[in-house]
Design a protein around this ligand. Structure first.
Ligand code: C2E
Ligand code: CA
Ligand code: CA
Ligand code: CA
Length: 275
């Protein structure tokens, strides 16, 4: 790993061989990252657009590599998926997040990303069930975020798994809405509770009438389907105002808060019984 890229991190090597070596090295490091205390959870608040009131948090995984420093999830999640390490790591994330949320003073929501690989392998439903039981978290406070990729590839199995998860009382959100190949048919085929409209659409709100029209349409679609919409990547008051004008219910983004350690949100969560 030599050069810093767009998100501060990228692979760059002269030859394929070196790149493969570096990738394999990173994969190996990742297998031990949890045991060595290199993984952490960052929490990002989600708030009502109309009032600014925080109603929950999305959990985002962070990896602090001993030599390379922070490695972005866009780099290491695909590696963990390729090796299958995402399964134990994902279980760890779920367990930590639910235990944390169970100790909060207010019954705020907690949203956890689930990789397609976790959905495809057996055991996800049992992992969620056991986690709820062990942590005592009210299932209605837990939301799993899934992207449509898995649903397109192995739709029948995914449908069964999502229905079993929902039977536990957990909700399911469609993540990155609008970026996939068949977002509309996916919405029709799966029992989502919420739609997260991708930040690529939110970015131009306030400057582009087209972007506003798309978000308005998605909000209307969600209303018709009984799936409230949450806007991702909201950075400015102008974007928030367009969301409010179009009755988008919930927002997430730097305007509300950057992802950070749960301690930085103590005012909202304190009374914590520990982690
Ligand atoms: P995502 O699920 O779409 O998560 C939202 C990403 O947008 C996060 O990037 C977050 O830091 C970033 N973000 C939030 N608000 C803003 C904003 O106002 N402006 C901008 N420009 N960005 C914003 P992050 O933390 O780098 O995570 C990237 C992706 O990695 C996530 O995208 C998710 O797909 C994946 N990921 C992160 N944690 C986990 C995890 O525990 N499990 C799995 N399977 N995937 C994860
Ligand atoms: Ca997400
Ligand atoms: Ca997303
Ligand atoms: Ca994303």
């Amino acid at each position: 790993v030599k050069e810093r890229g767009r998100n501060g991190y990228a692979f760059y090597h002269d030859g394929m061989e070196a790149e493969t070596r570096s990738r394999r090295r990173l994969e190996q490091d990742l297998r031990h990252a949890e045991r060595h205390g290199q993984l952490e959870l960052a929490y990002q608040p989600q708030a009502e657009v109309a009032t600014g009131r925080v109603i929950g948090f999305e959990v985002l995984l962070r990896w602090h590599h001993p030599e390379h420093g922070p490695v972005p999830p866009d780099v290491f999640i695909p590696l963990a998926e390729a090796t299958g390490a995402i399964v134990p790591i994902g279980t760890w994330v779920l367990r930590r997040a639910c235990a944390e949320a169970a100790g909060w003073r207010e019954p705020l929501g907690i949203a956890v990303n689930v990789s397609p690989v976790q959905l495809q392998r057996p055991g996800l439903v049992e992992t969620v069930r056991a986690t709820l039981e062990a942590t005592g978290l009210d299932p209605s406070r837990l939301e799993l975020e899934v992207t449509e990729g898995v649903l397109v590839r192995d739709g029948e199995r995914a449908l069964v798994v999502l229905n079993e998860v929902k039977a536990l009382g957990v909700t399911v959100a469609m993540d990155d809405f609008g970026t996939g190949y068949s977002s509309l048919s996916t919405l029709r085929a799966f029992p989502f509770d919420r739609i997260k409209v991708d930040r690529s659409f939110v970015r131009d709100l306030g400057t582009s009438a087209e972007a506003a029209a798309i978000v308005r349409a998605v909000v209307g679609l969600g209303r018709g389907l009984g799936m409230p919409v949450i806007a991702e990547g909201v950075e400015t008051a102008a974007q928030r105002d367009v969301l409010a004008a179009n009755r988008c219910g919930v927002m997430q983004g730097y305007l509300v808060g950057q992802p950070g350690p749960i301690e930085s949100f103590e005012a909202l969560t304190s009374g914590s019984a520990g982690r």
